[in-house]
Ligand binder design. Structure first.
Ligand code: PDD
Length: 281
């Protein structure tokens, strides 16, 4: 069965879900996006994603494409029409369709597209073994706090990781890890989770936010500071977070085994806490 996607007010079979060649998302990457997980047919952490969407739109002075109620209804309708039990809903807002000119077009109306993707999130086999990451230079722009669709640097970083037999690239700038190409980055040393503080240099992950709350509730200490690849090699544990990976253990960085090459206890506990909440949401 083909998927049903959403394009500017219409639910369409994926083969008919099309946008204009003049869409500024297509021409300039002039758009923002969100990826919301679905577990047991329910949206996980939806409000946090919408809050971040609102911020991304505001920072780019882009208009909302519809009301908040309509956006939520659209997400729920896509889940229903696709009978989606587990996976993600991808949504993208762009500055709309206009003649190609760099400055903001006056007449354009924001466009909104969305579609589901089936994924195994809860019982992801990678979580049992842990994944590998490599480090790679962070060549992105300096507004990484905006969830922009301008993703060429992450595409190149992820491809490099795959070609080296790893699942993710940790990007490095001025000697410190910023984040993964599509995830936030963490190490654990002496039972303390270490991760970079929020700034324009990383995306404020919704999973990161949930993790901070869960860690606080369960007395797991978090230290917000940047760390180097050398510190990561010597860490007791490492992991990443994202809406599509949740809390994912890392067992190898640049070919060096971390924490004996097994998912560590702090990481496993945090993943379990996150899963419990996602399944309850
Ligand atoms: N990526 N950092 C970057 C650069 C990201 O692209 C993502 C998410 C995150 C984690 O954010 P969250 O926990 O809200 O998913 C951090 C999504 C999943 C993607 O592009 O597919």
């Amino acid at each position: 069965m083909s998927r049903i996607a959403y394009v500017n007010g219409s639910y369409l079979p994926e083969a008919e879900a099309k946008i204009s060649v003049f869409d500024r998302g297509f021409l300039f990457a002039d758009g923002v996006y969100e990826v919301t997980p679905i577990v047991n047919g329910r949206l996980v952490d939806y409000d946090a994603h919408i809050e971040r969407l609102d911020r991304s739109l505001g920072e780019l002075r882009m208009a909302w494409p519809c009301s908040r109620q309509e956006l939520r209804a659209m997400h729920e309708e896509l889940v229903k029409r696709n009978a989606l039990k587990e996976g993600i809903i991808y949504m993208q807002v762009t500055r709309g369709v206009a003649d190609r000119q760099f400055n903001f077009p006056k007449e354009a109306k924001s466009s909104l597209v969305a579609f589901p993707q089936v994924m195994v999130l809860v019982d992801n086999p990678n979580a049992r073994t842990g994944v590998k990451v490599i480090t790679t230079p962070d060549i992105r722009w300096l507004r990484r706090d905006i969830k922009s669709v301008m993703l060429l640097a992450p595409v190149l970083g992820k491809q490099e990781a795959y070609e080296k037999g790893a699942n993710e690239g940790w990007m490095v700038e001025d000697g410190f890890v910023t984040e993964g190409t599509s995830s936030n980055a963490y190490i654990v040393k002496d039972n303390t989770v270490i991760t970079r503080p929020l700034s324009n240099r990383i995306l404020a992950g919704c999973t990161r936010r949930a993790l901070f709350r869960l860690a606080k509730e369960h007395d797991v200490k978090i230290e917000e500071r940047a760390f180097t690849p050398d510190e990561a090699y010597a860490a007791d544990e490492a992991f990443l977070t994202s809406a599509s990976q949740f809390v994912m253990p890392i067992v190898e960085i640049d070919g060096k085994r971390v924490g004996g090459g097994q998912p560590g206890p702090v990481t496993r506990k945090l993943r379990e806490l996150f899963l419990q909440e996602a399944q309850r949401d």
